[in-house]
Design a protein around this ligand. Structure first.
Ligand SMILES: [Zn+2]
Length: 112
């Protein structure tokens, strides 16, 4: 099993400990932030998963690049793809909302 521990400076005075472990194609990650402790999505793990080292105060910050190489074929890859698709749909929906608001504004001005 491969394992990396990172110290991440979040909003609390004490840095959070983020642990990433990989065994075969299974990635497991823990974070000591309040959301992470409750088993919820947290931005610290997500950032590291995406190869971002911002906020990492431990000397191994460059190792986040290794974590992002774990993704292909992993248990998390499919969920990340679903998130990407959902975000594209949100972006499309926002454009539709914006266009509809412009239409309302035009109609209210009595434009023909
Ligand atoms: Zn966290």
């Amino acid at each position: 099993m491969e394992s990396f521990d990172f110290l991440v400076q979040g909003s609390a005075p004490e840095p959070y400990v983020v642990i990433f472990q990989k065994e075969h194609n299974k990635i497991i990650a823990h974070c000591t932030c309040p959301a992470g402790e409750m088993g919820q999505y947290c931005k610290h793990r997500f950032a590291i998963l995406n190869g971002f080292s911002e906020g990492i105060i431990s000397s191994n910050a460059a190792d986040v690049k290794i974590i992002s190489t774990w993704l292909p074929g992993s248990n998390i890859e499919r969920a990340l793809n679903e998130l990407e698709k959902a975000e594209e749909e949100v972006a499309k929906a926002k454009k539709k909302v914006s266009a509809a608001k412009k239409m309302i504004a035009r109609e209210m001005q009595g434009a023909r």
